[in-house]
Design a protein. Structure first.
Lengths: 258, 266
């Protein structure tokens, strides 16, 4: 099947044997984003193709002149585009235009009354393509919320993934739940019995805000939501919190959140 | 009230399926089975609230290894499909169910570091206030486009014609109405004692610009004039037009709300 004008890439039905290439496109296109599961071919098979309402003729792949996969889209019979990704190195606007045209044709044929999809806020090229295709952007009707199960364990897990740099400090929770420690010793490449360099103290909400919610550690300190003891170590503590804080935009496809 | 975990094959799971099906429509029972009972799915956690052996609520979690940007990964629990039987709502059962199900899920998945959920704003405020969740900055926009629009709108309005015409003071209205719903072609109507007639001939005109969120807030939920006013003030619904037409809109606001709510379903 070919869709779009002469300047648009060709689209065709995406077959299961394309899935490894599609998963690769997904992972590269979403590398800078947070909150999604890295895709594999097996994952696409269940997570996307296996969803109720998803039929094989709602799966599209766009190809460039050399037959290279440059993007894909999966659309359900009700018009929900549950996954949409374009290769970061391709002509992204053209690929997105071709894919959304294929999706709209399919949804119209299926009798859907609305087509919708989620697009990262920083994806200007895809946004332009969608706008030109007559789609309009709106705030999501729902919001995304997060909480650490135990801020101390979370911090340790994040610090473990940083490039090796010795650190040893304590995290003190002022409103710990029964399943949490009120004080957690956090260490990397330093024995936990070594004296901590500093203590970070705060309540759950404030620590969630700083580690997960993209709020400034300095602001939390100035507002006395978080304390560093001794205060002279505040610059070092803030540098550390900024390094581990999750600042990538959270992004979900419709297929992930429905 | 008792809270406990069940498996998808538990006899009580049928009741959970029924609750999910009645609440979520297109994303009802088949979707629930796919998400929690298919062999390829990551093991889910289903927690029910029981009163006198009846299932009166349910809450669910799925495990996920989240990519966090760069090379960072984290084990997470994604919560959702939280429901309480309609006749038992507003008794804080959802709050208790959220807390207890989270405890069960966390005990089941000690490797998890965060719990996330994606939910309506009103419910989310509750999570922030009572359960200590943090709201993430939205990282995406939802793009949409109405399809099969003309046929769908005419069919929906025709089906509600009698209801719309029954609204009081509709006979006092005498203006044209243009609806500019984002992602849709503009719709023109004449508003008068005959109701909302597609096509526009009358001179005095009111234009409503609204997106899907505004349509939900100002159309489906704002049953009172104050609700409609709030939708105007917060910018969820923008109205322009001649003073005469605006006054006409206020007089027949009930009919407008019905039309907006009806079109939301189109």
């Amino acid at each position: 099947m070919t869709t779009g004008g002469p300047t648009l890439p060709k689209t065709r039905l995406a077959l299961p044997e394309d899935d490894a290439a599609l998963a690769d496109i997904f992972n590269r296109a979403h590398q800078h984003l947070a909150g999604h599961v890295t895709r594999s071919a097996a994952d696409l098979s269940w997570r996307v193709r296996g969803q109720p309402g998803m039929s094989p003729d709602g799966a599209f792949v766009a190809e460039d002149e050399d037959g290279r996969h440059i993007g894909y889209a999966f659309i359900k019979e009700n018009g929900d585009v549950i996954e949409f990704a374009v290769d970061p190195t391709a002509d992204r606007k053209a690929a997105a235009s071709a894919l959304i045209t294929a999706c709209e044709d399919h949804a119209t044929r299926e009798g859907a009354v609305r087509m919708r999809l989620n697009v990262p806020l920083d994806d200007q090229e895809v946004a332009e393509a969608l706008s030109e295709a007559g789609l309009a952007a709106a705030r999501p009707e729902a919001r995304h919320y997060i909480t650490a199960i135990d801020p101390g364990t979370l911090l340790q897990t994040l610090i473990d993934q940083l490039p090796d740099r010795p650190i040893r400090f304590d995290l003190s929770l002022t409103d710990s739940h029964p399943w949490q420690s009120s004080t957690t010793s956090i260490a990397r490449s330093v024995a936990v019995d070594v004296e901590p360099e500093f203590i970070v103290e705060g309540d759950q909400r404030s620590l969630n805000d700083v580690i997960l919610g993209g709020r400034s550690p300095w602001r939390a300190l100035l507002m006395r939501k978080v304390r560093v003891i001794p205060a002279s170590r505040a610059p070092r503590a803030v540098r550390l919190l900024r390094r581990v804080a999750i600042d990538a935009p959270w992004f979900y496809h419709l297929g992930d959140i429905l | 009230m008792r809270f406990r975990q069940i498996t998808p094959s538990d006899p009580k799971a049928t009741k959970v399926e029924e609750m999910v099906d009645s609440a979520f429509g297109f994303y009802g029972a088949p979707y629930w089975r796919w998400k929690y009972a298919s062999p390829e799915a990551p093991p889910g956690i289903i927690v029910i609230a029981e009163a006198d052996e009846d299932v009166v609520g349910c809450s669910h979690y799925v495990s996920a290894n989240y990519h966090l940007g760069g090379e960072t990964r984290i084990e997470a629990l994604f919560g959702g499909d939280l429901l309480v039987a309609p006749e038992l709502r507003r008794q804080h059962i959802a709050t208790e169910l959220s807390l207890r199900s989270r405890e069960i899920a966390v005990a089941q998945r000690p490797e998890a570091r965060v719990v996330t959920m994606y939910t309506w704003r009103a419910l989310g405020a509750h999570y922030e206030e009572l359960l200590g969740y943090t709201r993430l900055k939205p990282g995406f926009a939802q793009w949409s486009k109405r399809l099969n629009w003309d046929a769908g709108v005419k069919a929906v309005l025709a089906g509600n014609e009698a209801l719309i015409r029954s609204f009081p003071r509709l006979e006092t209205a005498d203006h044209g109405f243009r609806l500019e719903l984002s992602g849709s072609p503009p719709l023109d109507f004449d508003v008068g004692e005959e109701g909302f007639i597609p096509g526009r001939k009358k001179k005095a005109r009111v234009t409503i610009k609204v997106d899907d969120v505004g349509l939900a807030g100002g159309g489906a939920k704002a049953r009172l004039a104050s609700g409609l006013l709030k939708a105007f003030v917060t910018g969820r619904i923008r109205v322009t037009g001649s003073p005469r037409a605006l006054w006409g809109l206020i007089l027949v606001r009930g009919a407008y709300q019905r039309v907006l709510a009806t079109l939301r379903k189109a």
